[in-house]
Design a protein around this ligand. Structure first.
Ligand code: SAH
Ligand code: MG
Length: 197
């Protein structure tokens, strides 16, 4: 992988205030994935392709990433970045709203990375559980949202996002069929698997 080019993509995204994955969050995910070399990854929220490009490092040799993005200008930039990194055969962008695209998907994924509209997390969870392979894993970024989610924060325009993130945590931690860990890395990361019993 051309790490100089990757660093340029990262710097440009940060300059433009695009909320790309934070370094410590990425490290945790990569650490998990190195062990079990996934074949298929689904990402919700491509932005400019930074995280998807990083994930190709831990893919199985013939593995692929499907990633969903609804903003056309971001899709265009992501395509350019993916081309520059020579990863067009591994990363497929699905352009459109994930709320509409997810229900059309049927193949199972080994890893699902949720990193898009916080108000939609409960819906993304429902779809992710349907699309997750038996031994798969779901990562949900920004789950603690600047600490609002675990505080008594209850006002302001982010209220809907906070309510939906709390609902995501409640559903994943209280459902007996699921094992979930919430990590305080980056902006908060939820890690969910099917419980083996
Ligand atoms: N995963 C990226 C960052 C994603 S930022 C990285 O770490 O590099 C979140 C992105 O999700 C934004 O680009 C936003 O346009 C997109 N998004 C938000 N809600 C969405 C939805 N409902 N469907 C598709 N894309 C969505
Ligand atoms: Mg994020």
């Amino acid at each position: 992988m051309n790490l100089v080019e990757l660093e340029k993509i990262k710097e440009k995204a940060l300059e433009e205030h695009i909320p790309i994955i934070m370094d410590d969050t990425l490290e945790v995910i990569e650490e998990y994935l190195k062990e079990n070399k996934p074949k298929k990854i689904l990402e919700i929220g491509t932005a400019v392709g930074y995280s998807a490009i990083c994930f190709t490092k831990v893919l199985e040799e013939n593995g692929i990433i499907d990633t969903i993005e609804r903003e056309h200008t971001r899709v265009e930039e992501a395509k350019e970045n993916i081309k520059k990194m020579d990863l067009e055969d591994k990363i497929h962008i699905l352009e459109g709203d994930a709320v509409e695209i997810l229900p059309t998907l049927e193949d199972k994924y080994d890893v699902i990375f949720i990193d898009a509209a916080k108000g939609k997390y409960p819906f993304f969870l429902k779809e992710a559980l349907r699309l997750l392979s038996k031994d798969g894993i779901i990562f949900a970024d920004n789950i603690l949202y600047k600490g609002y989610v675990l505080s008594d924060y209850n006002k302001h325009k982010q209220r809907t996002a906070v309510r939906n993130l709390r609902e995501y945590i409640k559903e994943t931690t209280e459902n007996e069929k699921l094992d979930t860990k919430i990590l305080e890395v980056g902006d908060g990361l939820a890690i969910t698997k099917f419980a083996n019993r």
